[in-house]
Design a protein around this ligand. Structure first.
Ligand code: FES
Length: 167
């Protein structure tokens, strides 16, 4: 009776096994790196200053005349300066279903293209279906410069003069 010993693995088989092990290890490492990168992204600041989600420096208060509306597309807001000199940073997101409103200077109103809501210069509802005034963002005026915090939208039912910020 003859016995057959299992032949040693060929160099080619070993290198295939090694290759598979290395490949699986590399895939695992890539997966770990991706999870780490996503975790850092989640824990870090969501947006840089100067764009929506961060602090946006709008410029010197004196550069905005009374009665003006200035759009800041990157910040997704309009800086409104009412006739009495008070500032409001009005979020462009319609309070009905979230479409972007635009300022229509000829009619002196914000207008929503989706379902026809209108808002006055202070963002108060003139025409439904929007259920409440446009949201605003906090404003700080420091050394004469208007800074808007677009990370913290503020809901309001209607406009009230105590929402205005003065230089
Ligand atoms: S989303 Fe603006 S009126 Fe509907």
């Amino acid at each position: 009776m003859t016995t057959h010993a299992t032949p040693p693995a060929s160099p080619a088989a070993l290198s295939r096994r090694d290759f598979l092990s290395l490949g699986l290890g590399a895939l695992g490492l890539i997966g770990l790196l991706q999870v780490g990168a996503m975790t850092l992204q989640f824990l870090g600041p969501r947006r840089a200053d100067g764009e929506f989600g961060g602090l946006v420096s709008a410029g010197p208060a004196e550069s905005f005349p009374a009665g003006s509306v200035t759009e800041f597309p990157d910040g997704r807001f309009f800086l409104v300066r009412l006739d009495d000199g008070g500032f409001l940073a009005v979020y462009r997101r319609c309070t009905h279903l979230g479409c972007a409103v635009s300022w229509q200077a000829a009619e002196a109103r914000f207008s929503c293209p989706c379902h026809g809501s209108h808002f006055d210069q202070a963002g108060a509802v003139q025409n439904p279906p929007a259920p409440r005034a446009l949201d605003t963002f906090p404003i700080a005026i420091s050394d004469g410069v208007v800074v808007v915090d677009t990370a913290a939208p503020q809901q309001r039912d209607r406009f009230s003069p105590d929402q205005l910020v003065y230089a």
